[in-house]
Design a protein around this ligand. Sequence first.
Ligand code: HSE
Length: 400
Amino acid sequence: MIKTAILGYGTVGSGVFEVIRKNKDVIRNKFAEGLEVKYVLDLRDFEDDPVSEVLVHDIDIIINDPEVAIVCETMGGVKPAYDFTRRALESGKSVCTSNKELVEKHGPELLQIAKAHNCSYLFEASVGGGIPIIRPLRTSLAQEEILSITGILNGTTNYILTKMETEGLAFDDVLKRAQEKGYAEKNPDADVLGYDACRKIAILTSLAYGRNVSYSDITTEGITNIKDIDFAYAKKLGATIKLFAKSVKKNDKYYAIVAPFIVSPENPLFSVNGVFNAILVNGNMGGETMYYGKGAGKLATASAVVSDVLDCARHIGKHLEVRWDADKLEISPIDGAVRRFFVRVSDTDETRIRSVFGDIDMVTGVADGECGFVTPEMTEKEYREKAGQYGNVIGMIRMD
Ligand code: HSE
């Protein structure tokens, strides 16, 4: 039996405990030696819960036990998860985590420590919950030059946008409902302002190119400015609106953005609705591949952690390479990115619109006293200048 320990018996940690126990025979069928949870670390007590048999309150018990080969860090946050992860890796124990914040902040450093101690640091569950995406990037797509990654990487915002579209509700009303049902956090800022998706695309882009993408270099806009009327315009265009987290390699430059996009039905991400997540990866040889599933949730996320545990269990004493150097990957200013823009203005003067924006496609008949149009391709900088020159802009959404 390969012995493991779980740090933190919260939602994901208790899920990992459940997956390893409930799927014991399934796991043994694929990995004959089997997995056992020797310890679970938590400050709290859990009377009448099977975890009480293996519960400990002191990290040293786990670090000092040579039988523990793999540690699942499911505590979240940076403190004390960073110290515990370092200590486990320095003791030669592999660490598998769902902790996106720690991975995004300290990924390259923790990978170096793992390498130096012949163990592994794996984090499949840190992006896209139960969706396999880190392993495909690390192994199945390792031969590809990645041209773009486009993800719906946040379930809360995808749920809100889907409800706005299907029920014609305003952002605030859907958010309130989502909070009542427990789908959205009490403080939803990280989700609705795009920060959660930003951390996730920073991790995926770092892995795609092997160098470190800084979260703060990514232009990030959330969904708080999306109005119900925007969906009426999108519908006229035969399209919908999704929060995309996107990185693109073009002419040896790298661009990254998190923002709402107008998406047409030709894009496979068009039909990803509700709390589901999906990631579309475009490789220079194999073309597009897409990964879809539950981006959050106890058992989905825990299942991804256990997939890493099995990978480590098959490679005890070896380092599983995840190429992610500390060197910075330069993200080019978004000003140079070229695309079309959907624009709403508070007048209907098509002649003036054309004189400023060029050969546009008008979208009329949605509301009195205003109109929408789709610009020809231009850079973000050109768009900003033209919007400033025109003056009456009341909304803009990028076209995918
Ligand atoms: N809050 C996140 C989401 C889940 O709504 O997708 C964890 O990353």
